[in-house]
Ligand binder design. Structure first.
Ligand SMILES: *Cc1c(COP(=O)(O)O)cnc(C)c1O
Length: 421
C-alpha cells in the first residue's frame, strides 16, 4: 500500500462512514456523554482513561464524556498528527490554553523556564504575570544571541539544575528572526540528567504544520494557535499540542482536569479547514514571494523582513532555513519611509487588505506591531527587535497577487501624498 501524503488523507483519515449511516463526512457529535453497552464496558473505559490499567496494544479508549474524548476531536487529532508525524495530538479551545497547559504540566515551583524573545503577547503575559506567582523563574534569549552566550547565561543564573523547559517561538513575530531548533534541543539535552529531562517546546504557529516540523529537529512538543493557518478562515479560536505518546498522555490528562478542550463544533470546523490547508498555505506563500519582491524595490519602503529577501544577504540565515524550513512563509513585515504617521496613512488607505491583528487566514491582514500586537513589549526591547514606529506587518492571504499589489501600491501612494502636504 502506498504511503499517502497528509494532504491526500485530510478528507478521510480516521473516520469510517459506517459509524454514521454512510455519511461521507463526520457528523458533529454534539453530545456531552456516551452510552455504555454494559456496566463492565463502562468500568473498562474508566480504568484505561484514568490510567489505572494499561490499554491492550490495539484497544481504543472508549468514549465516556466529551471533556475526556469526543469523536470530532479524536478524528481531528489523528489528522493533525500526519503533518508533523507525531504520535499524538491534543486540541484545545485556544492557542493560549494549549501553551498554558503545557507550561503548567511541565514546570514546578522553583523551576527555570528558558524562553526565546519576542514571543506572542499572551505567552509573554502568562510567563511574566502568572507563572511568576507560582515561583517559576524566567530567563529570556533572543534569536540574535549565539548558543554559547545562552548557555553561559543559564549557568550564571544559578538555576541551571532547575532548568525544566526550553520554550521557543520561531520565526519570531513580527520580524521573522530565526532560532536554531537543533542547537536549542542540544542545549536542553546538556542540562538534562537521568532523573530530569529538559522539555523543548516550540510554538510553530508562524510556519504552520506545512513549512517547519520542529519534532524532526529535536523538539519534544510542538504547539499551534490553530486559530491561524490551521483554521485559516478567521472564524474560530483553537489550539493544538503534538508530541510523543509519553508526553501527550500528561498533556491530555491536565487538559481533562482543566477542562480546556475544544468542543465538537470547533473540532468539526477544523476538520473542514484541514482539507484545504495545503492549497491555502501554498497560495499564501506564492503570493507572499511576489509581494515581498515588489516591496523590496519600492522607493517608499526602507526594509523588508521576509526570509527570501533577508537570506540573500545573510548566509547564516540561509543555511539555517535550508535545514529547518520548507518555505519562506507568508508573513511579511516592512519599514515604510517615515514613522507612525506614515504607517497609519498606509494602513488607513488599504481597501482589499483588512486592518486587523491575527494571521494565517484566507484574507490578507495588516497591522502596526509597535502600537498593536507588541505594545506590551518595553520600548528598549522593541528597539532591539527592530519593532519601530515605521514597521508594518502583513499576513498574506489567498487573493489574486496582482490585486494585492495594486492595493498596497495605492495605499503607499496616499502615504506619499500625505508626506507632501
Ligand atoms: C495567536 C497566537 C497565539 C495565541 O493563540 P490563540 O488561539 O489566540 O489563543 C500563540 N502564539 C502565536 C505565535 C500566535 O500567533
Amino acid at each position: 500500500m502506498r504511503k499517502f501524503k497528509p494532504e491526500s488523507l485530510m478528507m478521510s483519515h480516521g473516520y469510517h462512514p459506517e459509524w454514521s449511516e454512510g455519511a461521507i463526512k463526520s457528523p458533529i457529535f454534539q453530545t456531552s456523554t456516551f452510552e455504555f453497552k454494559t456496566a463492565e464496558e463502562g468500568k473498562r473505559f474508566f480504568e484505561v482513561a484514568y490510567g489505572h490499567k494499561k490499554a491492550e496494544p490495539d484497544e481504543q479508549t472508549g468514549l465516556i464524556y466529551s471533556r475526556i474524548n469526543n469523536p470530532d476531536l479524536e478524528i481531528l487529532e489523528n489528522r493533525l498528527c500526519l503533518w508533523d508525524e507525531a504520535d499524538e495530538a491534543a486540541v484545545f479551545e485556544s492557542g493560549m490554553s494549549a501553551i498554558s497547559t503545557v507550561m503548567l504540566e511541565f514546570l514546578n515551583p522553583g523551576d527555570l523556564l528558558l524562553m526565546s524573545s519576542p514571543v506572542y503577547g499572551g505567552t509573554n503575559h502568562f510567563t511574566k504575570c502568572v507563572l511568576n506567582r507560582f515561583g517559576i523563574n524566567l530567563l529570556e534569549f533572543s534569536a540574535f544571541d549565539d548558543i554559547e552566550e545562552i548557555e553561559r547565561r543559564v549557568m550564571a543564573s544559578g538555576l541551571a539544575e532547575k532548568l525544566a523547559m526550553v520554550y521557543i517561538e520561531t520565526p519570531a513575530n513580527p520580524t521573522n528572526a530565526m532560532v536554531d531548533l537543533e542547537a536549542m534541543a542540544e542545549l536542553a539535552d546538556k542540562f538534562s540528567s537521568a532523573s530530569k529531562k529538559v522539555i523543548t517546546a516550540v510554538d510553530n504557529t508562524y510556519m504552520g504544520p506545512l513549512w517547519q516540523h520542529p519534532l524532526k529537529h529535536g523538539a519534544d512538543l510542538v504547539i499551534y494557535s490553530a486559530t491561524k493557518y490551521i483554521a485559516g478562515h478567521s472564524d474560530l479560536i483553537a489550539g493544538a499540542v503534538l508530541g510523543s505518546s509519553e508526553l501527550m498522555s500528561r498533556v491530555k490528562a491536565l487538559r481533562t482536569f482543566l477542562g480546556n478542550m475544544a468542543g465538537p463544533y470547533t473540532g468539526w470546523l477544523l476538520m473542514r479547514s484541514l482539507e484545504t490547508l495545503k492549497v491555502r498555505m501554498t497560495q499564501q506563500a506564492a503570493n507572499a514571494e511576489i509581494i515581498a519582491e515588489y516591496l523590496e524595490t519600492h522607493p517608499l519602503i526602507e526594509k523588508v523582513y521576509y526570509p527570501s529577501i533577508m537570506r540573500k544577504s545573510d548566509q547564516k540565515l540561509d543555511e539555517l532555513m535550508k535545514r529547518q524550513c520548507q518555505c519562506n512563509g507568508a508573513m511579511i513585515s516592512f519599514d515604510v519611509k517615515g514613522g507612525e504617521k506614515e504607517a497609519f496613512v498606509f494602513l488607513n488607505n488599504l481597501h482589499l487588505v483588512k486592518l486587523a491583528v491575527s494571521l494565517g487566514s484566507t484574507e490578507s491582514l495588516a497591522q502596526h506591531p509597535a502600537t498593536m500586537t507588541h505594545v506590551d513589549v518595553s520600548a528598549e526591547d522593541r528597539a532591539k527587535m527592530n519593532i519601530t514606529e515605521k514597521l508594518v506587518r502583513l499576513s498574506v492571504g489567498v487573493e489574486d497577487a496582482e490585486d494585492l499589489k495594486w492595493d498596497i501600491d495605492q495605499a503607499l501612494e496616499k502615504m506619499k501624498i500625505a508626506a507632501m502636504t
